[in-house]
Design a protein around this ligand. Structure first.
Ligand SMILES: [Zn+2]
Length: 218
């Protein structure tokens, strides 16, 4: 069963990119590909969208690194400023539509237009070999592929989209697990952090309880 809405997802503050977005330092951010779809992974390049947004795609070079790091996209593309701007508006449109889907409300018309326009663009070339699928193409074609991939997910009524359960993480991911029981966008990214914090809190609580015990027994 898919229960995408958790407390805190109101859609009010997260609808659009907040104006005071902090940009990541060039080259120092590891990208995460845990959302189950390249369009959702692209949307996830803005971290903590509701609280303190951090944009990990600050420059065209960041986008080139992101494409190269994504396993299912070409190893190398060149991003000019105009295509970079197109990529960022595609990203925000995908995020908005995914959030609409999570909140069970109608899709935002402007975002639909942005994603549909991108999907109507050129297509990358794909090739099969013993190494698997290899994709090549320029950045506009890559954005077209990302948009089509996002459309396939957003149009699929069986696709279970969720927002990560860690407070502050606003990543939306596709839960393909059996019974759709996944809670975190990724274990390394969020699950282990939440578990470690809970463990530390328990340790602190039991230490405090011991400290308040009968005198002279320690
Ligand atoms: Zn997360």
């Amino acid at each position: 069963m898919c229960s995408p809405v958790r407390s805190g997802v109101t859609g009010s503050a997260g609808d659009d990119l907040a104006p005071d977005v902090v940009t990541g330092q060039d080259g120092d951010v590891d990208f995460a590909f845990v959302s189950g779809d390249p369009a959702l992974d692209l949307a996830g390049t803005v971290l903590s969208r509701r609280d303190e947004p951090v944009d990990t795609l600050a420059t065209p070079a960041d986008l080139e690194r992101w494409v190269a790091a994504c396993g299912e996209l070409p190893d190398r593309v060149t991003a000019d400023p105009e295509t970079f701007a197109t990529a960022l508006s595609l990203r925000e449109a995908v995020y908005r539509l995914a959030l609409d889907r999570v909140l069970g409300r109608p899709f935002d018309p402007g975002s639909l237009e942005t994603v549909n326009d991108a999907a109507a663009g050129p297509m990358p070339t794909i090739k099969l070999s013993d190494a698997g699928l290899q994709m090549s193409g320029e950045l506009p074609a890559v954005l077209g592929h990302i948009a089509r991939s996002g459309i396939a997910v957003l149009a699929d009524p069986r696709a279970c989209l969720k927002e990560c359960g860690r407070t502050g993480c606003t990543r939306i991911y596709l839960d393909r697990s059996r019974g759709a029981r996944r809670t975190w966008c990724g274990m390394d990214e969020c699950g282990n952090r939440v578990k470690a914090a809970a463990y530390r809190a328990r340790r602190r609580a039991s230490a405090a309880a011991a400290g308040h015990g009968p005198q002279g027994t320690a």
